[in-house]
Design a protein around this ligand. Structure first.
Ligand SMILES: Cc1cc2nc3c(=O)[nH]c(=O)nc-3n(C[C@H](O)[C@H](O)[C@H](O)COP(=O)(O)O)c2cc1C
Length: 291
C-alpha cells in the first residue's frame, strides 16, 4: 500500500507527459493537410480561390432536403422524333459544320441584338442536365452601359495584375499567339455581357442550405449549350474566366454569397474588321478512342 502511494505521483507525472506528447502530435497532424492542400500561389496561378467549392453543409443540416426529395415525382412517357439513317447522318454533319464555324471573337460590334434572342439562348442553356436536377446556375445579362463600363474597369484592373504578376512567363507566352492582353474593349462594345454564376449550394424555403451536387460540372455543361445556342443564332462571344474578379463582380451585380462567377461572355455580332487567330483543331483520330 505504501509503495503504491509513493508511486502515484510518479505515475501521474508520466501520464501527464504522455498526454502532452499525444496532444502535440495530434495538433501537428491537424495542421499538415492545410499546408499540403494550399500550395503557394505562384505554382498554380490559374486557380481562382473564389471558385473553390464551399458547400459547407453540416451533417444533419440537409435532413429537410431528404424529406423533400423523398416526395414522389410522376414519370411520363417519353419519345423523340425518329429520323432515317440518311437524315441522321445529314443532321450530324450539319451540326458539326455549324459548331466548327464557332470561333472566339474578341472584336464585337455595338449593333443591338433583340432581347428575345438572348432570352431564348438562356432558355436553351437552362435545359442542361444538372446533378440531381438542382439547376445550380444564374445567368446575369448586363445591357446597361454604365454597368458594362464598371465591369470592364474591374476586369481590366485585375487582368493587368494577372498578366504582370500572377500568370507567369509561360502562360503569358502561350497567350501571345492569340494576341490577348488585359485590355478588353469588347466589355464596353458588346450589346450584352452574360455572367454565369454557379450556385455552390441552394436554399430551402426554410432558409436551410440545399446541396448542389456537381454544381461546377452542371454549370459548365450549360455554358457549352449556351455557346452552341449563340452560334446557332448567328451571334459571337469569347469564353472568358476573369481570374480573381469574382467577388468584386458578385458585389457589383448584387449576387448572393453562394454564387461564384464561372464565366463571362460578351455577346453580339462580330465587328466588321474582326479577325481571329488562324487555329486548327485536332483531327478525330487524335481525340477519339474507339474500343
Ligand atoms: C475555360 C476557358 C477560358 C478562356 N479564357 C479566355 C480569356 O480569359 N480570354 C480570352 O481572350 N479567351 C479565353 N478563352 C478562349 C480560348 O482562348 C479559345 O477558346 C481558344 O483559343 C480556341 O479558340 P476558338 O474558341 O476560336 O476555337 C477561354 C476558353 C476557355 C474554354
Amino acid at each position: 500500500m505504501a509503495i503504491f502511494s509513493t508511486l502515484t505521483p510518479v505515475f501521474l507525472a508520466v501520464l501527464c507527459i504522455l498526454i502532452a506528447i499525444i496532444f502535440k502530435n495530434f495538433k501537428k497532424s491537424e495542421k499538415k493537410p492545410k499546408t499540403d492542400s494550399k500550395p503557394p500561389v505562384p505554382s498554380r496561378p490559374w486557380v481562382d480561390e473564389d471558385l473553390e467549392d464551399d458547400t459547407e453543409i453540416n451533417p444533419g443540416e440537409d435532413d429537410e432536403e431528404l424529406a423533400e426529395s423523398e416526395g414522389d415525382v410522376s414519370h411520363v412517357p417519353f419519345s423523340l422524333p425518329r429520323y432515317s439513317e440518311a437524315e441522321m447522318l445529314h443532321r450530324s454533319q450539319e451540326f458539326y459544320a455549324l459548331m466548327n464555324g464557332r470561333r472566339s471573337v474578341r472584336f464585337i460590334s455595338p449593333e443591338p441584338v433583340p432581347r428575345d434572342i438572348i432570352e431564348n439562348v438562356i432558355r436553351a442553356a437552362g435545359t442542361a442536365p444538372s446533378g440531381a436536377h438542382t439547376e445550380p446556375w444564374t445567368f446575369v445579362v448586363v445591357a446597361d452601359a454604365q454597368t458594362k463600363s464598371e465591369i470592364r474597369r474591374i476586369v481590366e484592373e485585375e487582368e493587368e495584375i494577372n498578366y504582370k504578376l500572377r500568370m507567369g512567363e509561360k502562360w503569358v507566352t502561350d497567350l501571345k499567339r492569340l494576341r490577348t492582353n488585359w485590355v478588353k474593349e469588347y466589355l464596353d462594345t458588346a450589346p450584352y455581357l452574360i455572367l454565369i454564376f454557379k450556385q455552390t449550394y441552394g436554399m430551402h424555403p426554410s432558409g436551410k442550405k440545399r446541396t448542389h451536387y456537381y454544381n461546377e460540372i452542371s454549370v459548365s455543361i450549360s455554358c457549352g449549350i449556351l455557346l452552341a445556342a449563340l452560334q446557332n443564332a448567328g451571334l459571337v462571344t469569347v469564353t472568358t474566366t476573369p481570374l480573381n474578379c469574382g467577388p468584386q463582380l458578385r458585389q457589383l451585380l448584387q449576387r448572393p454569397l453562394n454564387e461564384k462567377l464561372l464565366m463571362l461572355l460578351p455577346v453580339g455580332f462580330p465587328s466588321e474588321d474582326a479577325t481571329v487567330p488562324q487555329l486548327s483543331r485536332k483531327p478525330l483520330d487524335d481525340i477519339m478512342v474507339f474500343v
